[in-house]
Design a binder for this molecule. Structure first.
Ligand code: NAP
Ligand code: ZN
Length: 348
């Protein structure tokens, strides 16, 4: 077994604190790597605080992981010691169901094995995530990354990047479309970058007036303050798409009304509480309310390659791991520009 150091929450009421544990030695098809950086996703906060229910403790969060390979199993083909490598939100799936065979491992009909807050295939070994110094995973769930880009800015692509890229591609968002991005955080800022890169007219819908200049620098053409009810109403029947990346409770009806006929409201944010939606807001204008979960492994690699060739990375604030609990508090207040990334060399 490999000795690993990390940060864990022991229960939903505890702050994250140093935690030692073990991972398996790499098997024939496994890659082992030292973690250099790990992004901090709002899903980490939701799960550490058990806001979605069913959290498994102790929990070592983290699913935006980049590092350097230190060992490979004898059957590993795509990685050698010294290569850069990355892991996102999942580390395994059944591999044979209808969805897995279509490259949609995130919708595996049997069971996705999440990078943390899950159990391995044996059903009893907990998975521990990237707030740690070493990781081992099956080669099929390890991604290749470019050595030419800033590693700190690549880490958030493994969740915030793919979660925004995948639905924008699925719904073919591009030239001639108007999209409203709701919530300028980790996911929101990647959605702005991708949607503008794909040629859409991008409007930032934000509750934070202080983010206007950044939204425009990131690629938004317009900025609408969501607390300005008159201004929001003036955008009725305007958008082809709303991309909803808000982590907290909010009124979907307010934004559905901004969609044109056949418009699509894409939910990726996961507020912990249900929210009523009035059918009339869907029926009038034949609008759709849809959702999307991360993206498959092949599409994640496609997104990483797209970012490398279009010079796209995440805008990050690099933190010492000892700052993680303050980072969570700031994230909850919407005070993140636009992704915290842990420098794992700060883990003692
Ligand atoms: P984040 O960085 O904290 O950003 C969330 C943004 O939502 C904030 O910056 C803020 O933007 C807005 N917001 C926060 N509280 C709000 C409130 N009370 N009212 C209105 N707006 C509020 O979070 P993230 O990491 O981007 O994650 C966003 C959500 O997506 C989370 O729920 C996360 O769990 C989920 N997620 C889903 C997937 C998936 O596969 N579907 C993957 C990853 C994450 P403004 O200041 O601009 O208003
Ligand atoms: Zn995430």
């Amino acid at each position: 077994m490999i000795k690993v150091k990390g940060y864990a929450a022991i229960s939903a009421n505890d702050a994250l604190a140093p935690f030692s544990f073990e991972r398996r030695d790499p098997g024939p098809h496994d890659v082992q790597f030292d973690i250099l950086f790990c992004g901090v996703c709002h899903s980490d906060v939701h799960q550490v605080r058990d806001e979605w229910g069913g959290s498994i403790f102790p929990m070592v969060p983290g699913h935006e992981i980049v590092g350097r390979v230190t060992a490979t199993g004898k059957d590993v083909k795509r990685f050698s010691t010294g290569d850069l490598a990355a892991i996102g939100c999942m580390i395994d799936s059944c591999g044979t169901c209808d969805n897995c065979s279509k490259g949609l491992e995130q919708y595996c009909l049997d069971r996705v094995i999440w990078t943390y807050n899950a159990y391995e295939k044996d059903g009893k070994t907990p998975t521990y995530g990237g707030y740690s110094n070493r990781i081992v995973a099956d080669e099929d769930f390890v991604l290749n990354i470019s050595g030419k880009q800033d590693l700190k800015g690549i880490a958030p692509l493994l969740c915030a990047g793919i979660t925004t890229y995948s639905p924008l591609r699925h719904w073919k968002v591009g030239k001639g479309h108007r999209i409203g991005i709701l919530g300028l955080g980790g996911l929101g800022h990647m959605a702005v970058k991708f949607a503008s890169s794909f040629g859409a007219e991008v409007t930032m819908l934000s509750s934070s007036p202080s983010k206007e200049a950044d939204a425009k620098r990131l690629g938004a053409h317009n900025f609408v303050l969501t607390t300005d009810e008159e201004r929001v109403k003036s955008m009725s029947n305007y958008f082809d798409f709303i991309f909803d990346a808000v982590s907290a409770q909010h009124d979907y009806n307010k934004y559905l009304k901004l969609l044109r006929t056949n418009g699509v409201h894409i939910c990726v944010g996961v507020p912990p509480v249900p929210e009523p939606v009035y059918a009339t807001n869907l029926i009038g204008g034949r609008r759709s309310l849809v959702g999307s979960l991360i993206g498959g492994i092949a599409e994640t690699q496609e997104m990483l390659d797209y970012c490398a060739s279009h010079n796209i990375v995440s805008d990050v604030e690099v933190i010492d791991i000892r700052y993680i609990n303050q980072a969570y508090d700031r994230m909850i207040k919407g005070d993140v520009r636009y992704r915290f990334v842990i420098d794992m060399s700060t883990l003692q």
